[in-house]
Write a protein that binds this ligand. Structure first.
Ligand SMILES: Cc1cc2nc3c(=O)[nH]c(=O)nc-3n(C[C@H](O)[C@H](O)[C@H](O)COP(=O)(O)O)c2cc1C
Length: 359
């Protein structure tokens, strides 16, 4: 179904308000509780010397954390993107913008995205569009999105669940892998493919690697649930369907391991329900290049810049302490940290026939 520009614009703000005010996370965990890092009471390092710098997508960052794509497209979101971008530059971490479709359709909204580049000339900014938009868009629109923020990378999101439970959703997902492959060949910045909270399985990761994408951002089950968000905006059948699918998907721990296993040449970002520094450490120890975080960042930024700084300091501290307690001086050493995999994640991998994935 085709919708008007102002519908896209209003929906953007609805989503933010719902995410701020309602319980919209999945009722199940992200699976990372099944990953036990082995405690080392004799780490032989000084907490003060721990180095969290990391390199991925061709750049060095001070922390293995990505601000996942969230917003833009409504005049009220401009301030959010402004603060996120300033902090992304200050902390030297990448920032994703929300879907730029609103500005492709209505250029008057471009400033709600381009403000990020204005205030953060050196930040690593990631553009964003829905993969399903490739039914209408060609490389020209993708290039416009890149130019709008002078993007360092471009993300295409896969959100079939969200589209299916939006009364106005775009639900024709046929033929999209070929289109993603064409974009990957023509685009001049790294292409990232991400989910939005239901995860990516190994079969799709294999297809994406063959398509030539540079990175996969798993965005697994265990955090923000778009089915829950859409249930809050609907009534009748769509509300009930949104509730039914609230916990649909592949948990972050499982999706991360599946993607690492089947797409060994792409960089992998772990995301979906990551809320703590110790979880970032677990994701890195499993093999992720970095961890992506959305909802807690949104909830902090609307309270003010200081709250966002505090949230990132909290994540940094948790990561550093986990590195200390596993005897990992730097991110390379954390990648080799000893771990035990238990519970549902272990069962899942056995069933899926995955025995090795670490790089
Ligand atoms: C308010 C809000 C808006 C979002 N908008 C987008 C978007 O436009 N494009 C996108 O790819 N993902 C979008 N996401 C999804 C996030 O990037 C992420 O995949 C998801 O929230 C799971 O991460 P979390 O559990 O840390 O929140 C949005 C998330 C939130 C909370």
């Amino acid at each position: 179904m085709h919708e008007s520009n102002s519908m896209t614009e209003n929906r953007k703000w609805d989503h933010i308000e719902i995410c701020l005010k309602k319980e919209i996370e999945s009722t199940v965990s992200n699976g990372l509780e099944d990953v036990k890092l082995i405690h080392n009471p004799l780490p032989e390092i000084d907490l003060e010397e721990i180095d969290t710098r990391v390199e991925f997508l061709g750049r060095e960052f001070s922390l293995p954390v990505v601000i996942s794509g969230m917003t833009g497209g409504n005049p009220r979101t401009k301030k959010i993107n402004e603060v996120l971008a300033r902090i992304s530059e200050e902390f030297r971490i990448p920032m994703g913008l929300g879907s730029q479709r609103a500005a492709i359709e209505n250029p008057e909204l471009e400033d709600t995205y381009s403000i990020a580049r204005e205030v953060a000339p050196n930040a690593f900014l990631i553009g964003n569009l829905g993969a399903v938009q490739l039914n209408e868009y060609t490389i020209d629109e993708i290039e416009r999105a890149i130019e709008m923020i002078d993007a360092n990378a471009m993300a295409l999101h896969l959100n079939p669940l969200q589209e299916a439970i939006q009364p106005e959703g775009d639900t024709n997902f046929s033929g999209l892998s070929d289109k993603i492959s064409e974009i990957a060949k023509e685009i001049r910045v790294p292409l990232i493919v991400k989910e939005v909270g239901s995860g990516i399985p190994m079969e799709v990761a294999e297809t994406l690697e063959r398509s030539g994408v540079s990175a996969i951002d798993v965005q697994g089950l265990g955090g923000t649930s778009w089915a829950a968000v859409e249930a809050e905006r609907s009534d009748g059948v769509f509300k009930r369907i949104g509730e039914e699918f609230r916990d649909w998907g592949i948990k972050t721990s499982m999706s991360l391991i599946e993607v690492l296993h089947s797409a060994p040449k792409v960089e992998v970002i772990a995301s979906g329900g990551i809320r703590r520094g110790s979880e970032i450490a677990k994701a890195i120890a499993l093999g992720a290049s970095a961890a992506g975080i959305a909802l807690p960042i949104l909830r902090a930024v609307v309270k003010g810049e200081e709250f966002l700084r505090m949230e990132l300091e909290y994540l940094r501290k948790g990561l550093e302490i986990t590195m200390f307690l596993t005897g990992s001086r730097n991110i390379e050493e954390l990648r080799r940290a000893k771990l035990v995999l238990t519970g549902e994640t272990r069962e899942w991998l056995e069933w899926r026939g995955i025995k090795s994935w670490r790089r």
